[in-house]
Write a protein that binds this ligand. Structure first.
Ligand SMILES: [Ca+2]
Length: 326
């Protein structure tokens, strides 16, 4: 079953379902060789500890009913480790060079690029129904984010984009790490704060200035980039949260391990420990919002916000972050 494409989203346009293809992608992701032990140790050493404990997950009230992000749940998590940033282009390039892994977008030969990132969007006529800002660009992938002729030089420290869920799984497999569970992701994003909307508090723009990379202006045609960035920002562009984690909201959507379904935990409020999401389903959860989020349209840049997509989907704002058991 393909995910519904909401008209009120800037998040994704789903590719057609294809079981044979997705099985192939899963097999490819699981078959990547593991990095040398020294590399794995070094990558693990970069992760930041997130304390275990009880926290409230989700929103008091949903802005978008289909996101199923309310009411709040009481979740107990075990201590774990979280990457300080989304996987960067430099990190993903090292992985791809060592393993020869080709992402879903590379295998399929195209990905969705946001129209304002293209010099000639009119040359790319295909877009998902109702979402004309997502252009299907032949040759777009993490290496060539805006299609042939583009590259990530000058963006080595930006999050790698056009990553599908399978690509995140492949990277984590190589690194000897794993994707965070959704509850872990939200625990990490909150940075030790309770009942706050953002990793730093409740104000969208704190007194110190913009604290994440989202959209300013009128979506989807005018981006004034008051936060300094039209597209992706460096993965450490803004101050870290209380757990030393950068850009947990804004910049790029981050795939997590869980399938999409009702928010993990008990809606009646009984504490649940280390929930893992639904056992069945074709779509996976993405967290954190992206450089395209704006209050007027896709208001999903909060620590509780979630969206979902088919595991083979990729866009110019889809990235991933890795985690590990403590
Ligand atoms: Ca921005």
């Amino acid at each position: 079953m393909a995910a519904e494409v909401s008209p009120k989203t800037c998040c994704a346009g789903d590719r057609p379902a294809c079981d044979t293809a997705t099985d192939r992608f899963l097999a490819a992701a699981c078959a990547v060789p593991r990095a040398a032990e020294a590399t794995r140790s070094a990558l693990r050493a970069e992760l930041r500890p997130v304390p275990g404990g009880l926290f409230e997950m989700g929103a008091r009230q949903s802005r978008f009913a289909q996101d199923l992000d309310s009411p709040r749940r009481k979740i107990r998590v075990s201590p774990f480790l979280m990457a300080p940033t989304a996987v960067t282009n430099a990190q993903f390039a090292r992985f791809a060079d060592e393993t020869g892994y080709r992402t879903v977008a590379e295998c399929e030969g195209w990905s969705f690029v946001f129209h304002l990132l293209l010099t000639e969007p009119e040359r790319h006529a295909i877009h998902p129904p109702g979402l004309p800002w997502w252009r299907q660009v032949e040759g777009a992938c993490w290496r060539t984010p805006e299609g042939p002729g583009s590259d990530w030089q000058g963006r080595a420290d930006h999050p790698a984009v056009h990553l599908a869920w399978y690509d995140g799984l492949a990277y984590a497999t190589w690194a000897g790490l794993r994707l965070p569970r959704e509850a872990e992701w939200e625990r990490a994003a909150r940075g030790g704060l309770a009942r706050m909307k953002f990793p730093w508090g409740n104000r969208l723009v704190p007194e110190t200035g913009h604290a994440m990379n989202t959209w300013q202006g009128a979506f989807p045609g005018q981006n004034t980039a008051e936060d300094g960035h039209v597209g992706t920002a460096p993965a450490t562009a803004y101050a870290p949260n209380g757990y030393g984690l950068f850009c947990m909201t804004g910049n790029v959507w981050e795939w997590v391990a869980d399938r999409f379904g009702p928010l993990p935990g008990d809606p009646a409020g009984r504490p649940v420990s280390d929930p893992a999401g639904p056992a069945q389903g074709d779509t996976r959860v993405q967290r954190g919002g992206s450089f395209l989020c704006h209050e007027s349209y896709c208001d999903r840049y909060h620590v509780h916000s979630r969206t979902s997509g088919a595991a083979e989907n990729s866009t110019s704002n889809s990235g991933v972050r890795v985690a590990a058991d403590a």
